[in-house]
Design a protein around this ligand. Structure first.
Ligand code: ATP
Ligand code: MG
Length: 334
C-alpha cells in the first residue's frame, strides 16, 4: 500500500491543513509502504508569490510536518522540485488530459477570479502536475481534505485514459478523506473553507498562532441565529465549531452536540478555543527547535528526495517507453 500526498509551502499552515491533511499523514506512516509526503513548491508558483519567501516557507512547512509527528525514517519526506520526474510526467500526462475538464475544476475557477495581474496557465495545469505527483509513485491512496476530492477524481481518469491508450503502467489511486474535519470552515466566513489563499486573517487559525491569538479568534468566531449547539444547513458557524472540536477530541459531531446541549454559544466558543490551544501547543514547541536548524531540515529533504527519485524514475522509464519517447530498448515496456 503506497500512500502519497502533497502540501503547499505557501503562507502559514492552518488548522484546516492540520486536521484535514497533516493528521492523516502521520497516521499513514503506520500503513504506508512507503508513505510519501511532498512539499509541493512547484504548485506554489501558480499564484503570485515571492521567491525568497517560498524557500523560507518550505523550511517552515517541513518543520511543521516533523513537529506534527512525521518521522523521516518512517516516511519519505521531500521537496517536489528536487525530483524532476514530477515535471516531466506532468508534461507527458498532458497528452491524455482533456482541457475541458481542467477548465471545470472548482479550484481553478475560484483561484483564477482571485488573481489580480495574471491568471497563470500553471493554475489551469495544477491538477495535471498533481496527477503526476501521485502517479509517479504508483500510489494507491491519497490522503487529502474534501476540497481536493475533485483533483483526485481527475487524476484517476487521467490514469485510466493513459492505461487504455498505452497499457497498464499506472495505478489508479483512491482518495482518502477524513470522516471528521474534511472541510474545516473559516471562523469569520463559515460558508467558506479555511484556506491559505482567500480566507480571512481573523477567521484562520494558524498552527503556529500564540495561545492568546487562538482564543481571541474563537471568541470572535461568527455564530448563527438561534441558540442551540447543533449542526444544520442554516448554522454554518456552529456546525464548523462542532466539527473542529470533534476532530480535535477524536470523537463524533453527535457526541459534541450531546455534551453541549444545555450550553450557550459563548461558553462553547471558549471551550473549542481552549481545546485547540492544547491541541496545537506541543506542535508549536517542537517546531521552534526544528526550524532553528535549516541545515538539518535540508538534509532531511535531500535524503527524502533521493529515495523518492528512485521510485519515480522507475515509473518514468516505463511511461516513456510505452509512449515512444526517447530511444528504443530502454525500460520495462520496450
Ligand atoms: P490554498 O488556499 O493556497 O490552496 P490550502 O490552505 O488549501 O492553500 P494546500 O497546501 O493547498 O493548502 O492544502 C494541503 C492539504 O490541506 C490538502 O490536502 C487540502 O485538501 C487540505 N486542506 C486545505 N484546507 C482545508 C480545510 N479547510 N479543511 C480540511 N482540509 C483542508
Ligand atoms: Mg489548497
Amino acid at each position: 500500500m503506497r500512500i502519497f500526498s502533497g502540501i503547499q509551502p505557501t503562507g502559514s499552515k492552518h488548522l484546516g491543513n492540520y486536521i484535514g491533511a497533516i493528521v492523516q499523514y502521520v497516521a499513514g506512516q503506520e500503513r504506508g509502504d512507503p508513505a510519501i509526503y511532498c512539499i509541493v513548491d512547484l504548485h506554489a508558483i501558480t499564484v503570485d508569490y515571492d521567491p525568497a519567501e517560498l524557500r523560507e516557507r518550505t523550511y517552515d512547512t517541513t518543520a511543521i510536518l516533523i513537529a506534527a509527528g512525521l518521522d523521516p525514517d518512517r516516511c519519505i519526506l521531500f521537496r517536489q522540485s528536487d525530483v524532476k520526474e514530477h515535471s516531466e510526467l506532468s508534461w507527458l500526462l498532458s497528452g491524455v488530459t482533456p482541457l475541458g475538464e481542467l477548465n471545470r475544476m472548482h479550484q481553478f475557477r475560484d483561484k483564477s477570479v482571485a488573481q489580480r495581474d495574471l491568471v497563470a496557465a500553471g493554475l489551469l495545469f495544477y491538477p495535471v502536475l498533481m496527477a503526476a505527483d501521485v502517479l509517479a509513485y504508483r500510489a494507491h491512496e491519497v490522503p487529502v481534505g474534501e476540497d481536493q476530492r475533485e483533483h483526485v477524481e481527475l487524476m484517476r481518469r487521467v490514469a485510466e485514459r493513459f492505461n487504455r491508450r498505452f497499457g497498464e503502467a499506472l495505478v489508479v489511486p483512491e482518495v482518502r478523506i477524513p470522516e471528521v474535519g474534511a472541510r474545516i470552515r473559516d471562523l469569520q466566513e463559515p460558508t467558506r473553507k479555511m484556506s491559505t489563499t482567500g480566507s480571512s486573517e481573523q477567521g484562520t487559525v494558524y498552527v503556529l498562532d500564540e495561545p492568546g491569538a487562538i482564543l481571541k479568534k474563537f471568541k470572535r468566531a461568527v455564530t448563527d441565529s438561534g441558540s442551540e449547539i447543533v449542526r444544520g444547513e442554516d448554522k454554518p458557524g456552529i456546525s464548523g465549531l462542532i466539527d473542529i472540536l470533534a476532530a480535535v477530541r477524536g470523537t463524533s459531531a453527535e457526541a459534541i452536540e450531546q455534551e453541549f446541549a444545555d450550553r450557550r454559544y459563548g461558553d462553547f466558543k471558549v471551550a473549542v478555543g481552549e481545546a485547540v490551544v492544547d491541541y496545537l501547543a506541543p506542535v508549536r514547541e517542537r517546531y521552534t527547535a526544528l526550524r532553528a536548524d535549516e541545515g538539518a531540515l535540508e538534509e532531511i529533504l535531500a535524503g527524502g528526495a533521493g529515495r523518492a527519485r528512485a521510485l519515480a524514475a522507475e515509473t518514468l522509464l516505463d511511461v516513456r517507453a510505452r509512449m515512444g519517447v526517447g530511444p528504443a530498448s530502454v525500460g520495462p515496456a520496450a
